[in-house]
Design a protein around this ligand. Structure first.
Ligand SMILES: Nc1ncnc2c1ncn2[C@@H]1O[C@H](COP(=O)(O)OP(=O)(O)OP(=O)(O)O)[C@@H](O)[C@H]1O
Ligand SMILES: [Mg+2]
Length: 348
């Protein structure tokens, strides 16, 4: 953990009225708890280990880190650059992200002139150009990078971060070492959340933290953001409060609905879907939550679970094709009930 004195802001919390906490000058926790050292990065240990070897060795190849949002790609690149350049970070690093202009002109002027610039660095170290969210660069700009990467490679190395590595043109991919970050495991996110809860003196219960993990789906940024929103909004992190903040259908209700489908109780199951619909959830949110919950319902026998998932998958596809109506969801419920009803009853 790299957050010396982090509980000071907790002390800066001022209570106004009953149970309402107002955070004074509170930084977003995602930034406050952004790791500064490679050692502090959670998860993807093999890949992080490779970065540590590069940091020790000093000879950084061009790299691309790709993976889902919020799992530590930008953070890792910054940690690596800090580890490599130390105090020379300011002069030795050029960072461009999607908020900067990154067309061909920028590659021709800004990137090239930085690559040509003379900067005194420790022996064996290189200047680093960080291109964050590189998948949003036009392919023209990427093309313009090709030769630049080669010509200046004895003094300058590139570090690219992106969500989809296939949006990076092949010639650049072939010049780089590609590191893939996987979604973070639930236990890894949980550990980090618990650490933050301790630092910030957040009151929470186990179900609340589990709900944060469920809604974040391996995205650390979302988990931390939702933790902060729930804590500052409600003053207690419980499952109900988390689902209110995240605006997702409550998995407990969905679970009950699946159990009703299993029993063939179509009226109750339809009533539940109707209730979610009336609350304004989109069909696609309902169906994705149903899918994710179905995977975890232990009471469902394996064969039935497989059949359920198949039906839910078809419905998901139809909804994505544009037919996201209550009737569509109702039809899915009917099919799920039919699947679990004993065959002899169907002939009645
Ligand atoms: N592996 C991790 N270990 C610790 N904290 C993390 C990790 N991943 C993400 N975080 C937290 O989430 C925040 C965002 O991480 P980061 O900016 O590195 O995400 P990213 O992978 O670059 O996402 P995007 O694809 O959206 O750019 C960080 O400030 C940090 O607080
Ligand atoms: Mg990023």
């Amino acid at each position: 953990m790299t957050t010396a004195g982090s509980s000071s802001s907790a002390k800066a919390r001022v209570a106004i009225g009953k149970n309402i906490n107002v955070e004074t000058y509170e930084m977003p926790w995602v930034e406050k708890y952004r790791p500064l050292l490679l050692d502090d990065i959670v998860g993807n240990s093999d890949t992080v280990e490779r970065l540590k070897v590069i940091a020790e060795d000093g000879n950084m190849p061009h790299i691309i880190i790709s993976g889902m949002p919020g799992i530590g790609k930008t953070t890792s690149i910054h940690c690596l650059a800090h580890a490599l350049l130390g105090d020379a970070y300011k002069e030795g690093v050029l960072e461009l992200n999607a908020s900067d202009e990154r067309g061909i002109d920028v590659v021709r002027n800004k990137i090239k002139s930085f690559a040509q610039r003379k900067v005194t660095l420790a022996d064996g170290r290189h200047k680093i150009i960080i291109l964050d969210e590189a998948d949003s660069m036009t392919s023209g700009a990427q093309q313009a990078l090709r030769r630049t990467m080669e010509i200046y490679s004895n003094t300058t190395r590139f570090a690219l971060a992106c969500n989809m590595s296939n949006k990076i043109i092949e010639p650049i991919q072939s010049r780089c070492a590609i590191l893939r970050y996987a979604k973070l495991k639930d236990a890894e996110v949980m550990k980090r959340l618990k650490e933050i809860c301790e630092f910030e003196e957040v009151k929470s219960n186990d179900e609340g933290l589990q709900a944060l993990i469920f809604t974040a789906e391996g995205d650390m940024r979302q988990a931390i953001n939702n933790l902060q929103s729930t804590w500052s909004g409600f003053g207690f992190v419980s499952a109900d409060n988390v689902y209110k903040i995240c605006d997702q259908p409550h998995p407990h209700k969905i679970r009950a609905m699946i159990r009703e489908c299993q029993k063939g109780d179509i009226d109750s199951a339809l009533a539940r879907v109707g209730e979610l619909w009336d609350q304004g959830y989109a069909a696609v949110d309902i169906v994705t939550t149903i899918f994710r919950v179905t995977k975890t319902v232990e009471e469902l026998p394996e064969y039935l679970k497989l059949e359920f998932i198949r039906e839910i998958g078809w419905t998901h596809m139809r909804i994505l094709e544009g037919v996201g109506t209550l009737t569509q969801l109702g039809a899915m419920i009917a099919r799920l009930c039919k699947l679990s009803t004993a065959p002899h009853m169907m002939t009645l």
